[in-house]
Design a protein around this ligand. Structure first.
Ligand code: DGY
Length: 323
């Protein structure tokens, strides 16, 4: 019997390709860049599954053009590249990679928070530019992390990981806002107190965004929200671009409406709003929150196991829209 045909849309670990090849006839994009949409659609003809990496939009148009498709397995916990209702209507399964990246991503959220609060990259650029000539009482004086108030918007697994680090590691007061309040034992485990979004904005010294992107969370942080934050506050976005209005944020940073920001994700990435590149008080990283070698391997393995589980054994591991 011939093996099902699948497409791997980006370069991934060779050992994961080798594993997929045991079960499938695999076509693998080996160029180090995404295929343009037309090429992706052409490549998907006759394929039962696609391994996606978060950038490939699986929507009604693609599904209509690719009737053989049965599953799209995302190597990411976020799945805002999937039009899930359209996939469900077309009988196409979506899967993602939860859990395996939780602690790594929470580590990075904290790294970005620390770098932002303590002006790590700004001071490094100064040093590399040969500008360090003397001591000054206020040179790169930032904000304290220990004992401060950590605000978290979106309290899923990653948000709770950040809360635990803040409460137990740095003695921070943790407040959060989420669509629904956590059960009491989960709040106790990360010493977090539920507050309104208004209180979160008004009182956080460091506000970390960890909520999923959706039409409802589009520009959840825009000019009006930034105006409610303390002028000494830092904003950290490791969730998705589009949750923050980047133009409004650049303006708030320029006007010192807030102290600083740390961003790993951007609306329209990999392009950045040009104003973000010209303000000094922002730490910018290229969507790397889950990027450690073990975690990226675990994510790729889980996406592959979802394809194998579903197309070979009829049972995906982490389905988003099961029957
Ligand atoms: C995710 O898994 O959603 C992260 O953003 C990495 O892509």
């Amino acid at each position: 019997m011939s093996k099902p045909r699948i497409l791997v849309a980006r370069v991934i670990f060779p050992e994961v390709i080798a594993k997929l090849e045991q079960h499938f006839e695999v076509e693998h994009n080996q160029a180090d860049e995404a295929w343009p949409r037309e090429r992706l659609l052409a490549k998907l003809q006759g394929k039962a599954g696609v391994f996606t990496t978060g950038g490939e939009r699986i929507d009604g148009e693609l599904l209509a053009a690719c009737p053989s498709l049965k599953i799209a397995a995302n190597m990411a916990v976020g799945f805002n590249n999937f039009d899930l209702p359209a996939m469900t209507a077309a009988g196409v399964l979506g899967t993602n990679t939860p859990d395996v990246l939780t602690e790594t991503t929470a580590d990075f959220g904290f790294a970005l928070l620390m770098a932002t609060a303590r002006r790590v990259t700004e001071s490094e650029h100064y040093l590399r530019a040969g500008k360090w000539q003397k001591w000054a009482y206020d040179m790169f004086a930032g904000s304290d992390v220990h004992g401060s108030t950590l605000g978290i918007l979106g309290m899923g697994r990653i948000g709770q990981g950040i809360a635990r680090r803040g409460a137990h590691g740095f003695g921070m007061k943790v407040i959060y806002h989420n669509r629904s309040r956590l059960p009491a034992e989960q709040e106790a485990a990360c010493k977090a107190r539920y507050v309104s979004k208004e209180e979160l904005l008004r009182t956080a010294d460091h506000l970390v965004l960890v909520l999923p992107y959706s039409a409802q969370s589009h520009h959840a942080i825009a000019a009006a929200e930034l105006a409610q934050m303390k002028p000494t506050a830092n904003l950290i976005n490791i969730a998705r671009g589009g949750i923050v209005d980047d133009a409004a944020l650049a303006q708030a940073l320029r006007d010192k409406r807030i102290a600083a920001a740390g961003l790993d994700v951007y609306e329209g990435e990999p392009k950045l709003h040009p104003d973000l590149l010209t303000v000094p008080n922002v730490v910018l990283t290229p969507h790397i929150a889950s990027a450690t070698v073990p975690t990226r391997k675990a994510m790729a393995q889980l996406a592959a196991d979802n394809l194998i589980g579903f197309l070979v054994h009829g049972k995906p591991l982490t389905p988003l829209n099961p029957d």
